[in-house]
Design a protein around this ligand. Sequence first.
Ligand code: SF4
Ligand code: SF4
Length: 94
Amino acid sequence: MSQIPRTKENLKKCLCMKCPTYTFMCKMKNMPRNMVAMMRDIGKVDRMEAMFCAFGKSKCITDEKGCICMTCALFREYNLDKAYYCLGGKAPKM
Ligand code: SF4
Ligand code: SF4
C-alpha cells in the first residue's frame, strides 16, 4: 500500500463528497477551506476536508453512515484496503 499523492488529479477522483458519511453540515462548513485549498498547490496544503485517505482524519465527520471508498478509482489504483479514512486517518506509507 502506498501513500496517496495529494494532487488535483487525484482529488477529482475522490468520491467523499458523494458519501452519506460526509454530512451536508460538514460539507457546508468546510466549503471555504476546501475552496481555498483547491486554488493553491494542494501538495503544499496541510489539511483538506476531502480525499481523507491522503489528508487524514476529518475534523468534522463523526459518525459512520456508510463508506464508498471501495468504489473510488484511487482505492483500486493504490491498493487501499480500508474504509472510513475520514474517521480512521490516512492510508499508511509503505
Ligand atoms: S479512497 Fe475514499 S478517501 Fe480516498 S479519495 Fe477515494 S473516496 Fe476519497
Ligand atoms: S473516507 Fe469513506 S466514509 Fe469517509 S467521507 Fe470518504 S467515502 Fe465517506
